[in-house]
Design a protein around this ligand. Structure first.
Ligand code: MG
Length: 116
């Protein structure tokens, strides 16, 4: 079944790319945020099924935002998306309780994570 998804990334191109992967599979993009602060606000107001979360962003990064979101909703479903140089965060992200971790260059993995 289609999920209601919040996309968080500081790159508008990346947000578009993620939406293009998710929408044909029946998922709905209910919001987009460009930093962690916006992500927290939108999470609380929209209560999405799933969040795709960039790591490096200005103002508040994805790791900090995820901690806040988990303290608000401990069953939040967050999938982190990383650049190659952010692979070092994979372990930390898993410890936080993320649903998954996908590389931006293989962003279609988001679909496998959602479906598993
Ligand atoms: Mg970024």
């Amino acid at each position: 079944m289609g999920k209601r998804i919040l996309i968080v990334d500081d790159s508008s191109m990346m947000r578009k790319m993620i939406a293009k992967i998710l929408q044909p599979e029946g998922h709905t993009i209910i919001g987009e945020a460009k930093n962690g602060l916006e992500a927290i606000d939108l999470y609380k107001s929209l209560q999405p099924d799933i969040v795709t979360m960039d790591i490096t962003m200005r103002d508040m990064d994805g790791l900090e935002a995820a901690k806040e979101i988990f303290s608000f909703d401990d069953s939040a479903q967050i999938i982190f998306l990383s650049n190659l140089d952010e692979e070092k965060y994979r372990e930390e992200v898993e410890r936080l309780g993320a649903l998954g971790f996908a590389n931006k260059h293989k962003a279609k993995e988001i679909l496998d994570i959602i479906n598993r």
